[in-house]
Design a protein around this ligand. Sequence first.
Ligand SMILES: [Zn+2]
Ligand SMILES: [Zn+2]
Length: 383
Amino acid sequence: MPAGTQDYYSTLGVERSANADEIKKAFRRKARELHPDVNDAPDAEDRFKEVNEAYDVLSDPDKRDQYDRYGSVGRNGGGGGGGYGYADMGDLFGGGAGINMEDLFSAFFGGVGGRGGGRGVRLEGRDMAMQIVITLAEAASGVEKEIVLDRLATCDVCGGGGSTEDSKTVTCPDCNGTGQRVTQHKTFLGTMQTVAPCERCGASGHIIENPCEECQGSGRVPDREHVKVNIPAGIRDGQQIRVAGMGEAGIRGAAAGNLLVSVRIAEDEYLHREGDDLHCRATVPVTQAALGATIHVNGVLEEHNVNVPAGTQHGDTLRVKGGGMPRLNGSGRGDLIVHVAITVPKKLSNRQRELLEELATEFGEDVAEYKTPLHKLRDWLHG
Ligand SMILES: [Zn+2]
Ligand SMILES: [Zn+2]
């Protein structure tokens, strides 16, 4: 659904007069119901995105005000760098052929196998990935960027444990505390038995009765957070920054995943990067190139006065030591390499022409005979 065609209030199921708290509660309720990790309906992801979009607008007083007045909001109003953290959710929907029980199970419990707390079940939160784009100057100076991140965060009602005062831990009735379910399939070869982690208890062998209502015992709730990411000076295009613990929260207090931010550097109009060196082009008039001069060149962080030696040729390079990108390891900076393009004047005053003609004579060069407009008129009248 394109931006602005939905009614954000009805998407979240709140009155137009709803206050910020009611909107936040409604968002959490809807997000919990529709989060791609827990809802396998084919349209769940789209509806989840709609809910996110609605919350994005209604939770921001300025955007909400704009929406109330004009019925729509600029897509990128408010900015903030990142966009949403959907990256890790897509894989659930990528297969096309519907979601099998294992997917559903891993969606609830954060993935089967791999690292994790015994019995083949992973309770740790998954890593999340996103990308941000910065300028070359930001890459040179280092920068702090804020990312808007939708993730499963630690439930603040139960502190992530999944239980409250009214809860108690009991043996899982589905697996009798073994943490495993044995299922039998009839096939043409006979009866086959498969053993899988118990879905009900996440293979822990116990469940929580009367779990925390906010998170339904999982210890985590969908939430939106603003995360600051520190990008060090000298970062290369495509490098990844790991923000520890800012991926999905773990199940019932298990360790959170990490947020992996890929940094892309936008192409600069004037400066081209090769490793830690920068290259640029500078135009130098032929007279300055012949006589020698000092020119000003805009580097990535500062302006440089660059000495052009007498006799500089077109295509020569001039090196500014330390004018390049900072090295990530902190050991100084690369160089700025200036590629000289020599320019020839396109128009000459009479005086300038005289001087150049004199110079040409001095060099013993043949030059075109010069005719002023008056000469040309005379030629045309008499010729
Ligand atoms: Zn069980
Ligand atoms: Zn909770």
